[in-house]
Write a protein of this length. Sequence first.
Length: 221
Amino acid sequence: MQARRAARELALILFSQFDKNIAKYNQAEFEDIILKSVRTLTNNAIDELKVSVGAINAMKEYVDTYEAENPVNLARPMQSNNIPVALPMTSDLSGRLEELLNISEKVVLALEIAEMTALEHTGEVKSYVLEIANSFKEHSAEIDALIQKFAHGWDIDRLVKIDKDILRIAIAELMFIQSAPVKVVVDEALELAKKYSTDDSSSFINGILGKVIDEKKRENA
């Protein structure tokens, strides 16, 4: 996970804490929220890993028991080792493999969080989170006006909060930071939407960011 990708994820958590009056927050409060967010993510990752390990152990126990209680092995002498047996019906096995896939996704997410928290201590992540937050703080009215302008048929106050925050982060980068490639900013905004919101949200965010980029090009022409 690159530092700026981690920063965008932490920025999304930071933005989720804001109320409408972002101007009241100072640098120390931003840093305090980031620290608390990292601690929360770390604790959640630990919990997810514990759940995952428990589920994998339960799966191993199921397989061992299935093998031991198979009629072939029950008929063998008491001290002899079990021999491999045929797997259970595909319908049963498929459900258990689906469970393992879900567990694997949680493990991957936990590892990403662990990497993100490690990156946070390098300073590069925190500094970019703060740059995004301060850019939005300074230009919040203008950024929200752009969202409202291009969110046809939607009142900005009625947008899903996470979608609005993803847009705020991306527009702050596109309009006022400008140190990251446009394609990277858009792609990672869409990844955040897919990860934390819905596919419909991803399309909605992509459409608005495209219009913001077009407007910026016209202004710079």
